[in-house]
Design a protein around this ligand. Structure first.
Ligand code: C2E
Ligand code: CA
Ligand code: CA
Length: 275
């Protein structure tokens, strides 16, 4: 019934073994996710963001990891959508924000050069009426200055224009940075960009992957657009020197990807910051 509803009203679905397996898998995952939130089986890893010209780490993106005691590693691509569906993303997302801000403050307290912490937020989190207050409270509690936090949103969060404008202006008012993740995917009207007070565009990995072939014109357009709007621009999923070279040629300043580093543990970040 749920599957039929999901795929539109006047619809029916045959109940197959596969579907049954999918559903019990989903229910199992949901149960386990509840437990993982309670027992804190989640942790964060941090992927460096690099200023290409200076070859210097200027920030990190916090990425959630779930290591299940029995099943092993479960990818966020699998559990985040389910957490979003069930609402569990709210406590999970709050935990991520807290842990990431506390970690960044700890690095600063240890005397390491300050870097910016990018945190992914989900649609449900963003739509919460007290989202901004929550972020403010976490900054207060951890003692992290707002300029060292960057919130990554996706285009779906700007569908409710007036809500997004309100939330984003308040975040910017506090001094927090805001990036648009996965930029360039799907259809987007460019006029929406100027409506929102954001600070950075993250070029989606799909464009970077095909850079050597035929996506150069699009990537160049995104970079020029960002410049004209006075936004920073970062390329995601940079894996080869050739991609980095092409991006620099197109005036892209920042990059993130396996060429520089995969997501790392706090200790590994510390090591890199101490050099
Ligand atoms: P995303 O925000 O677009 O994150 C980038 C993903 O690309 C990460 O996958 C990262 O490990 C991967 N990646 C980084 N460099 C490269 C590269 O050079 N090549 C390739 N092929 N991949 C690269 P990950 O960690 O599996 O996360 C997947 C998605 O899960 C994220 O996509 C994000 O949408 C979501 N996610 C992760 N952590 C959180 C979180 O704390 N909160 C929320 N709401 N979503 C999260
Ligand atoms: Ca992201
Ligand atoms: Ca992305």
């Amino acid at each position: 019934m749920y599957f039929a509803k999901e795929s539109g009203k006047n619809n029916y679905q045959f109940f197959t073994i596969d579907l049954h397996r999918d559903m019990s898998n989903k229910m199992m995952l949901e149960r386990e996710m509840h437990r993982a939130v309670e027992e804190q089986h989640f942790h964060l890893v941090y992927q460096p963001q690099i200023n290409m010209a200076a070859n210097k780490m200027i920030g990190v993106e916090a990425l959630l990891r779930w290591n299940h005691p029995k099943i092993g590693f479960i990818s966020p691509a699998e559990f985040i959508p389910l957490a979003e569906e069930t609402g569990l993303i709210i406590p999970m997302g709050t935990w991520v924000l807290e842990a990431a801000c506390a970690q960044n403050k700890a690095w600063q307290e240890a005397g390491l050069p300050p870097i910016r912490m990018s945190v992914n937020v989900s649609l449900r989190q963003f739509m919460q009426l007290n989202f901004v207050e929550q972020v403010e409270q976490i900054l207060d509690q951890t003692g992290l200055a707002p300029e060292w936090l960057d919130i990554e949103i996706t285009k779906s969060m700007t569908a409710d224009v007036s809500h997004a404008q309100q939330v984003l202006s308040r975040l910017r008012g506090i001094g927090i940075h805001v990036s648009i993740d996965d930029f360039g995917t799907g259809y987007s009207s460019l006029s929406y960009l100027s409506k929102f007070p954001i600070t950075k565009l993250k070029i989606d990995q799909s464009f970077v992957r095909d850079l050597a072939q035929d996506r150069q014109a699009i990537v160049k357009t995104i970079i020029d657009l960002a410049r004209n709007l006075n936004l920073n621009v970062i390329a995601e999923g940079v894996e080869s020197k050739e991609q980095a070279r092409l991006l620099m040629e197109l005036n892209c300043t920042e990059a993130q990807g396996y060429l520089y580093a995969k997501p790392l543990s706090p200790e590994e970040i510390e090591e890199r910051l101490s050099i």
